[in-house]
Write a protein that binds this ligand. Structure first.
Ligand code: AMP
Length: 440
């Protein structure tokens, strides 16, 4: 208490002196001792407090006041720095922490009171709504067959209509064991954190007993796989649209590899995980296997899809961003040739697209013949050579020879018309749907 008094009194004196200068500006040019002397002379018997303010004493007090105020200022700055560091650390939640979040949200589904009774979109970063099961039932007409959009490895995907207006896609995952559970959690945890124009939006999720539901934005043109290898055999995809789709995929990957910290590896890039909206904007989906780069040290299980898995990952379990670049190269080959990543040749025989295409892509005389018949002779040959060169580089067996996805992106953007999000200016009108020919 005494100490505090000793500090506060000199501070008060110091403040008092400034008040006086403020009130009587004519004093401002004087030294402090002059001022004291003048005040003593003018009113000899008046304030005790002024008489005790002698030259040396006053300097000491000013010094103490300065030390105290700078200490206080330092303490405030230190406190603000701590708050800033704490906020930065909490905004970079790692996987483990997100998993805890999901556990919390899981427990909320068990409590009917805390359930959402209407669909709310995930409209801010880090939020994915829990959606009431009854709402999903009503929106999918009780998961009727007529609403099935497609079937994936983990279950059916249904068309859902909420409030008679908003369309969405609902993935229903009937109990698929611990792996499916882990992938569900991983998917929710990644997609709640990620917002990018070329990555699918997760609108919400629901947990009901053993069944899990994921609600996504609706992608009207389905998957790239169904466009290329389904009944239409790629006839809706012109050369320019294919290049636009390749650029969209590269943009999504660039975001994961270059703009996330730490970098993120998708780990299951393939044409069935590339979804197309009504304008053929492509978005990456299926983040069930996605990991942070460097997480391979934590003994991650070898997973992926045959035909897309990079050789070093398949043979040595070595996972890097270049594994995604390899898978991107395979998708680029699919876009170019219209062929599946692994073609079945007979009951026991199959051929990989990479080993079939590589010898022909380097030979300019053979190259036009490997192009998908649906788009053959519809592109500038120089552009074709360039895309073939990019594809060859991406599927190199040595990962260090593969380009970064940013380099891939920058070499493809000039091949996409401005109207489709690239930098190519074409003088002729752009035909989005060119007449298709039959496949050979
Ligand atoms: P998945 O189980 O994620 O592999 O999805 C299986 C298939 O369901 C995909 O290949 C698409 O054809 C379809 N699908 C998945 N998500 C959507 C979506 N958001 N909109 C439209 N179709 C989708």
């Amino acid at each position: 208490m005494n100490n505090l008094h000793a500090i506060l009194i000199p501070m008060w004196d110091f403040y008092f002196l400034f008040l006086m200068i403020d009130a009587r500006p004519e004093l401002a040019g004087f030294s402090i001792s002059h001022m004291v002397a003048k005040m003593e002379a003018q009113s000899p018997g008046v304030p005790e407090v002024i008489r005790v303010v002698h030259h040396q004493d006053l300097n000491k007090r000013i010094l103490v006041a300065l030390v105290v105020s700078s200490t206080l200022l330092g303490a405030i700055l230190l406190f603000l720095l701590c708050v800033w560091i704490y906020r930065r650390r909490t905004s970079k939640l790692d996987d483990g922490e997100c998993r805890k979040d999901l556990e919390v949200s899981k427990s909320t589904t068990m409590n009917p009171i805390s359930r959402f009774n209407s669909l709310r979109l995930a409209n801010f970063k880090g939020s994915v709504s829990m959606i009431d099961y009854k709402l999903l039932e009503a929106a999918t007409d009780n998961f009727s067959k007529s609403n099935v959009l497609d079937e994936g490895s983990t279950g059916h995907v249904y068309k859902a209509r909420f409030d008679d207006k908003m369309l969405a896609a609902v993935k229903r995952i009937d109990y698929g064991g611990p792996d499916a559970e882990r992938e569900f959690e991983n998917e929710v945890n990644w997609l709640r954190k990620i917002r990018h124009q070329n990555i699918i939006k997760l609108l919400g999720h629901c947990i009901r007993d053993e069944t899990r539901f994921l609600v996504y934005e609706m992608m009207q043109n389905g998957s790239l796989e169904s466009q290329l290898h389904g009944p239409s055999h790629g006839s809706a995809l012109t050369w320019h649209l294919r290049m636009k789709i390749a650029v969209d995929i590269a943009r999504g990957l660039e975001y994961l590899h270059e703009h996330r910290s730490p970098p993120v590896v998708h780990r299951d890039l393939k044409s069935s995980n590339i979804l197309l909206d009504s304008d053929f904007n492509a978005k990456l989906s299926d983040f069930g296997l996605t990991v942070n780069l460097g997480a391979q040290n934590k003994n991650i299980k070898l997973s992926g899809t045959l035909g897309y898995v990079a050789p070093e990952y398949l043979l040595d379990g070595k996972l890097t961003d270049k594994s995604d670049v390899y898978a991107f190269g395979v998708v680029l080959l699919e876009l170019l040739t219209g062929k599946k990543p692994v073609e079945t040749m007979g009951p026991t025989q199959s051929q990989s697209l990479v080993s079939w295409a590589i010898p022909q892509l380097g030979d300019r005389s053979k190259l036009p013949k490997v192009v998908d018949p649906v788009i053959r002779d519809t592109m500038d040959l120089k552009h074709l050579y360039q895309v073939a060169a990019v594809a060859v580089l991406c599927v190199q067996s040595e990962p260090s020879y593969r380009p970064l996805v940013t380099d891939v992106l920058h070499s493809l953007i000039p091949l996409v018309p401005v109207e489709l999000g690239g930098s190519l200016r074409i003088t002729e009108p752009l035909h989005l749907k060119e007449p298709s020919s039959t496949r050979s």
